[in-house]
Structure formats: C-alpha cells, structure tokens
Design a protein around this ligand. Structure first.
Ligand code: PMT
Length: 401
C-alpha cells in the first residue's frame, strides 16, 4: 500500500497572503509524495509569489485566470475540480473565506471550488485582528458546518508584528491533514485500531528510570498507516521524541502498569490491537522517594515482574504483538504467539543495524496461528505497518479467541 498521496490529483489554491511563500513548500512536499498538483492562484496571490515558482515545483501549468486561453479552465471551467481528489486552499485569506462561505465564483479558484464534489480543506492565514473578526469567524463556522476541513491558523508572531492567531499551519502538518482527509474512506473505515508504542519507563527514584532503546517509530508508523486507511486510531505511547500522527487519539503513559491500565481502557471497543511498545518485563520493587545516594562500589536492585500487557488484554479483537529477539527469532516468536494468545506476531531481530530499535526501517517475520510464516523484506516501518494491517484486516471478524 503506497502512501495515500501517491497518484492523487490535488488542486492547491493559493490566495493573497504573505504566507503564500509557504505554499511553495507544501506544493513541493505533495509532489515529492507522488501527487499531481495543479496550482490555482488568486490574482492577489501573484503579488506575493510568482506562478513560475509553482510551475517549476509541480511541472504543471499554473492557473491564475479563468479566461487565460492557455488554461485548461478556459475550455472547461470545472475541469480541475472534476478530477480533483481534494482541493486544498493554503493560505486562505479572510476575503477568500468570505467568498467560499457565500458561494461566490468570481475567479478561477472559487469557480473550481463551486464546481467540485471533492473534499475541501482550507488553511486560513491572516492578521490576528482579522481572524478574530466576527465576520471571519462566522464564515469559518459556515464552512465547517458544510463539511469543509479547516486547519489552523496557528498562534505566534505575525508579519504585522502582532502576536496572535493567524499563522499558516506548517506545511508538514498540512500534508498530514491532507492524508487524513484522503484516507477517510479507506479499507479500515469503521474499524477501531489501538497501537502501543515506545519503551516503558520504570521509575527508580525521582531522577532515574529503567527503560530501553525503543524510539516509538514502529508503533507510530503502524498508527499512521491505520489512520491513512480510515481507521479510528488510538495510540498509547510512552514519552518519545516523535510528533503523533494527525487525527490519532493519543494516550500518554510512562510505566508498564500505566500502559496496562490505558490498554484495558481503550481496547474494549477495538477491532485490532497492535502492541509495538517495548515493555519492561521487570520494574524496581520500590520507587525511592529521594535520590539514591552514591555509596559502595556496587549496589543491588531488586526487581519485580511487570504484568504482561498483551497477554492480559482480551476481547473480540485481532491481537498482534511484536517479538524483539536477539537470537532464535522464529522459535522465540512462536512461543510468544502461543503464550500471549496472539493472532499474529511480527518478529524482528533487534541486533540488526537496519532494523529494530531507532531506525526508520524494519525487517520482520510474520507468524500466525496456522503456522504460516511470511518473511518480509527490508521495508520502512510505515510499510511494515501496512503489511501487518493487511493481515489483520483479513482476520477481523474471523479470529478465534
Ligand atoms: O520503537 P522503535 O525504535 O521503532 O523499535 C521498534 C521495536 C523494536 C521496539 C518493535 O519493533 C518491537 O519489537 N516491539 C516489541 C518489543 C518487546 O517488548 O518485545 P518482547 O519480545 O519483549 O515482547 C513481546 C510482545 O509482548 C510485544 O508485543 C510486547 O509489547 C508485549 N509485552 C511484553 C512484555 C510485557 N510485560 N507486556 C507486553 O505486552
């Protein structure tokens, strides 16, 4: 399953805001992800950035005028809107929002919007006082009620020097929102997917924890892949340095016991549960309430067994675990599949330099209860996520407890 932007027709509307320069970055990111991007600029946008910038980035004609004889729209004024998978307006000015809310079609962009059935995503950008104006707020509310996705604006320093709401949402985050909208009718539509990620943190004293090398990347990638296929995703995560995928519900935990509690809570309606977190099997018997002082040459730590989370959470869902192994991958993974009551286990060799902890790629063996072993090549963690979800989807509703 490629990323949801691949092969998609995206109309990118750019209107007259200083933030128009950020639309160039957005266009570039969409093109790099495999989308066909047709840029339609308002007349005012061309005061801030040239059509040539977008033409160079998208390798496609840029429309600025409905009646330009070289534009596809001169022949068929709704051509772009008809083939669009989504229309994104970034930045969207107060003026454009007003026109969209009123159904005005007086230029190439607003005509394209009226002539489409594709979803519309708008990312407002303007000065803070304009954004706060009741007229703008009313227009946004009307658009939202009509099903338009509004992303941002963000707070911060504005071009006027004011601090306030009005900054265009970061293009990287806009791309995530676009994926969320495009994936909304994917094959996991209506399915609830719970994913755990990161290494648990077991407190030793107020300044120290026992943890492991998990970066959370594999779990976050599974959550992102499920989101891109239309699932309602809950991500139970330990503190990691990743931004959670847009559109995913996030539950933050630290220790294995926190994670168990959260998983018991969020899995009761789940269809698919993927446990990618690296859970500490043991925790310090007691957490010292003061910093443990340096004393002799050695000290001993007494550890108590943590609950086995994936073995404990049960319900009518497809239960998938990972097996992090340093030897005897298949044998150990098979033991975990059975002892933890899993439907599928993804075994990864965590001694490899291109797989396991921290890296963006992984190489896994998928083992199921029927003894089928699928050896996946080196893939990105996002692709691994899709392969796991493919298998999970085929099992939903058919699994044995
Ligand atoms: O986060 P990254 O840097 O991207 O690295 C990814 C990963 C290597 C952490 C991931 O791919 C992975 O292998 N996750 C599982 C790590 C692990 O704890 O494996 P395990 O073999 O010890 O446990 C087997 C399964 O039982 C796992 O699904 C684990 O989440 C679960 N488990 C383990 C112990 C415990 N007390 N409760 C559990 O639920």
């Amino acid at each position: 399953m490629p990323n949801p932007l691949h092969g998609k027709n995206i109309v990118l509307g750019v209107t007259g805001s200083i933030a128009a320069y950020k639309a160039a970055d957005l266009a570039s990111k969409l093109v790099q992800a495999g989308a066909r991007v047709d840029v339609v600029m308002s007349e005012n946008a061309a005061h801030f950035i040239t059509p040539m910038t977008f033409h160079a980035l998208t390798h496609r004609p840029v429309t600025t005028d409905l009646f330009d004889p070289h534009s596809e729209l001169a022949i068929d004024h709704v051509a772009l809107g008809m083939r669009a998978d989504i229309i994104v307006i970034a930045p969207a000015t107060a003026n454009t929002l007003a026109k969209l809310a009123a159904g005005v079609a007086d230029d190439a962009l607003t005509t394209t919007v009226l002539g489409t059935v594709a979803p519309l995503l708008v990312a407002p950008a303007m000065d803070a006082h304009m954004y706060d104006h009741p007229a703008v707020q009313d227009n946004l509310a009307r658009l939202r009620n009509r099903g338009v996705t509004i992303v941002g604006p963000e707070g911060g320093r504005l071009a006027s020097g004011l601090m306030g709401m009005g900054r265009l949402t970061d293009p990287e985050v806009l791309v995530e929102h676009i994926k969320l909208v495009l994936g909304r009718h994917g094959d996991l539509l209506g399915k609830k997917v719970v994913v755990s990620a990161g290494g648990t943190q077991e407190p030793l004293d107020p300044v120290r924890i026992l943890t492991n090398h998990s970066s959370g990347k594999q779990g976050y990638a599974v959550a992102e892949a499920a989101r891109d296929r239309g699932a309602a995703v809950t991500l139970v995560t330990t503190p990691v340095s990743l931004r959670p995928p847009v559109g995913v519900r996030v539950v933050r935990v630290k220790s294995a016991r926190d994670m168990l509690e959260a998983m018991l809570d969020v899995t009761n309606q789940a269809d698919i549960v993927v446990m990618a977190a690296a859970v500490a099997d043991y925790r310090p018997v007691a957490e010292s309430d003061h910093k443990i002082k340096k004393s002799g040459e050695t000290i001993s730590l007494e550890l108590a067994k943590n609950p086995d989370i994936i073995a404990t959470v049960n319900g009518p869902f497809v239960k998938i675990g990972f097996a992090a192994e340093t030897e005897d991958l298949l044998v150990n993974a098979e033991t975990k599949l059975r002892s933890k009551g899993l439907h599928l286990v993804a075994a990864n060799d965590v001694t490899a330099t291109d797989a396991g902890f921290g890296v963006d790629t992984n190489r896994v063996l998928l083992l199921d209860r029927d003894g089928k072993v699928e050896e996946l090549p080196l893939l990105t963690k996002y692709e691994v996520g899709h392969r796991i979800l493919d298998r999970a989807l085929a099992m939903v509703g058919k699994q044995r407890a």
